[in-house]
Design a protein around this ligand. Structure first.
Ligand code: SF4
Ligand code: SF4
Length: 323
């Protein structure tokens, strides 16, 4: 029987998801023996024109990591969708925008000015910005167009499954590969390789009532090593985050940041985390509550760190190509 044809792609992301594939170590050899990798720019020499020449739906599974930030990201997402039977949003950037999605707090012009004109290490007296076309003696150079907005993959193409995490933990990647190779796939839209409960349900720390008068950043307080971090005033996203990573951050005595996205039945992870923080505040006095909450630095960035591009409180343009 022919091996399933598999593609990997890296759009707007840091590349950590590519490393996550390698982190399953020797299990990767089992996976590699069972599939034929037909496109993986970071690992094999295949060009876009090779994908364009493939029959539609000839790739069995594409693992697409990264958000959609540029015309190139969008073009390849649509091309791979056309060529693939199953499209998987691999990791937090593809699933919900992740850290690149935080750019949606700013306009594209503000970002370009910051990066190419204003950073302390930049000297750009003429204020030159990279553009999509540059004429040089040898001809015209082109670059992808940076869109005004960052989208999760599902806002641009139809997505069949999601694998969460920044980056997905090895246990999640291994389970997801196992499920896919078994051919016993769950309903479309399912999250692969993770749990069906919130991280708090899997956390080994002791939990009691949460009564917090002051929130701390992890370096501002000595953690007792056993009590729920949120109870100690260290904001932990466990209540608003899907389990399945093996509580990696908690194991290292650090709070969960929320990289596995919302748990089942939670639509907006940031809103759920904000509600969890507010409900931990030990006060009925409006002014005191405002004071306690106002001391939390960058609360929007904290609560929507991974999911701003999916935030239901923000209007977003509907399609990258509309710009
Ligand atoms: S809030 Fe964090 S530390 Fe507390 S139980 Fe949940 S995951 Fe564990
Ligand atoms: S504990 Fe939270 S932030 Fe850390 S890996 Fe797990 S889901 Fe991600």
């Amino acid at each position: 029987m022919a091996k399933p044809k598999v593609a990997f792609y890296w759009a707007a992301s840091c590349g950590g998801c590519e490393i996550a594939v390698l982190e399953i170590h020797e299990k990767l050899l089992d996976v590699a023996a069972q599939v034929e990798i037909v496109f993986w720019p970071v690992a094999i020499d295949a060009k876009y024109k090779d994908v364009e020449a493939m029959e539609d739906k000839s790739i069995d599974v594409t693992f697409f990591n990264g958000a959609i930030r540029s015309s190139e990201n969008e073009h390849i997402a649509k091309l791979l969708r056309q060529k693939s039977k199953i499209m998987i949003a691999f990791g937090s950037c593809a699933s919900e925008g992740c850290i690149p999605g935080l750019a949606n707090f700013y306009t594209k012009d503000a970002l370009m000015d910051r990066v190419f004109k204003e950073t302390p290490s930049t000297t750009n007296e003429e204020g030159i910005l990279p553009g999509p076309e540059t004429q040089v003696a040898e001809g015209k150079l082109t670059l992808p167009v940076l869109w005004d907005h960052v989208w999760p993959l599902e806002d641009v193409v139809d997505v069949d499954y999601f694998i969460p995490g920044c980056s997905p933990a090895p246990v999640t990647v291994a389970k997801a590969f196992e499920t896919i190779l078994s051919g016993n796939l769950p309903p479309k839209g399912s999250v692969l390789g993770a749990s069906e409960v919130a991280l708090c349900e899997e956390c080994p720390r002791e939990r009691h009532d949460k009564k917090v008068k002051k929130f701390y950043r992890p370096h501002e307080i000595v953690d007792d090593g056993k009590t729920c971090l949120m109870e100690q005033g260290i904001i932990c996203a466990g209540l608003a985050t899907r389990g399945g990573c093996g509580h990696l951050c908690i194991n290292a005595n650090m709070p969960c940041r929320g990289c596995y996205g919302p748990p089942p039945r939670v639509k907006d992870q940031g809103a759920a985390l904000l509600a969890a923080i507010a409900s931990a505040v030990d006060s009925n006095d409006e002014e005191e509550i405002k004071q306690i909450m106002s001391e939390i630095p960058d609360i929007a960035g904290l609560c929507w760190r991974f999911s701003l591009a999916k935030c239901s409180l923000v209007n977003k343009p509907v399609a990258a190509a509309a710009q």
